[in-house]
Design a protein around this ligand. Structure first.
Ligand SMILES: [Zn+2]
Length: 161
């Protein structure tokens, strides 16, 4: 069976500067984009954590030259009530999305401890500091059960063992 085609997406202005938006409807559970790039053991400003010691980094030249065609996943903004979640090295729609919706995921549900914490402007949390899952209390962790990345679940289970 051929792979499902990826939806059309584009980089556009958002409340956080730039963001990634879907240009067509996306069904819940569909893969929107892959996190391609260099996998390294340490996080940085634009990396996304995809494994216990695995952080995908976009190409530095693409970032420096404001390349809008490659590594577009680096424009994905954080949201405390996200439209997508990270599964392995893919971004998956959490619900049916309509054309024109911003694609977001919850950095607190992929990053254990962030290289560059920041004040959230999502409008839902009232301005929390996004620092990574390690820094969340039990209630904040519980809220994220539906979209937490598998590697964080793995890490918590190891810690409890
Ligand atoms: Zn927030």
């Amino acid at each position: 069976m051929p792979a499902q085609p990826r939806p059309r997406i584009s980089v556009r202005p958002s409340s956080a500067g730039s963001g990634l938006w879907c240009d067509e409807d996306v069904a819940s559970g569909c893969v929107v984009i892959e996190f391609d790039g260099d996998v390294r053991p340490d996080p940085a400003r634009y990396s996304v954590q995809v494994g216990i010691d695995e952080h995908v980094h976009p190409d530095e030249d693409a970032v420096a030259s404001r390349d809008l065609t490659r590594f577009r996943w680096r424009f994905l903004n954080h949201a405390c009530a996200p439209s997508c979640r990270v599964e392995g090295r893919t971004l998956v729609a959490l619900r049916d999305l309509e054309a024109g919706e911003e694609l977001t995921f919850d950095y607190n549900a992929t990053e254990w401890s962030m290289a560059e914490p920041f004040h959230c402007v999502c409008g839902v949390c009232g301005g929390s500091i996004v620092r990574g899952f390690a820094h969340l209390d039990a209630a904040a962790r519980a809220v994220r059960r539906a979209w937490i990345a598998g590697h964080l679940v793995e890490r918590i289970n190891h810690a409890d063992a």
